[in-house]
Design a protein around this ligand. Sequence first.
Ligand code: SF4
Ligand code: SF4
Length: 221
Amino acid sequence: MLKPDDFTVLYREFQSAPATFDCGKKCAPFNDGEPFCCDTGWVVPIAFKDEWKYLEKKTNLWHEFRPRNSDEFDLIDEIDEDESVFIECKGVKYCERENRSISCRTFPFEPYLDTRGNLLGLVYNRVIEDKCYLVDRPQIVTKEFVRQYMRFIEKFFKMLPSEKELYMEQSRIYRNLMSRRKKPLVVLTEKGPFEGAYREGKLLRPWTKPDPSESSYRPKV
Ligand code: SF4
Ligand code: SF4
């Protein structure tokens, strides 16, 4: 059972950035100086209800997200208000690293599980895959980030088992997506990136293709 105070430890143990450089500096020039994932026009952070209770007490950085158009009202309708809330920060100029939400810390990655529920690594959240510099650049991601994320999510699944069910389903959707696209299913692990199987999801072999060059980064806006 999750409690607001649990976020003191969860945040403390999960502080690593995904890359050794500030990836926001790569994407922000294509979005009026604001990283895409910090701009609610592109991605709206979601917090667990208990996380929101924790953050509300601790900082003035965040407020509840106020929808501005019909798409955003539809977005709000999609979530279970008893469990989660959409939030918005004051903006990247005011970012407080220690008070970033779990959704900030994890973006653009999510846990990957096989069909038996074994946690094998991380895969990309593809919601802004054509804008985020980190997506499909597995060699950039640090082992320390993967290690901290894995420890965090193992602990979190024990606190909130429903999240594990959700990500088992997400992993199945991801397998189907990559199979349809005929693209490798890349899973980031503490031993480096691996290629996963489309069917049962187990890891097949190390993934070694080099990351795409700088010149191939052309976010669509
Ligand atoms: S995670 Fe992606 S979208 Fe967010 S700042 Fe880094 S490159 Fe930009
Ligand atoms: S808290 Fe920081 S990392 Fe999170 S959305 Fe705001 S500016 Fe971005």
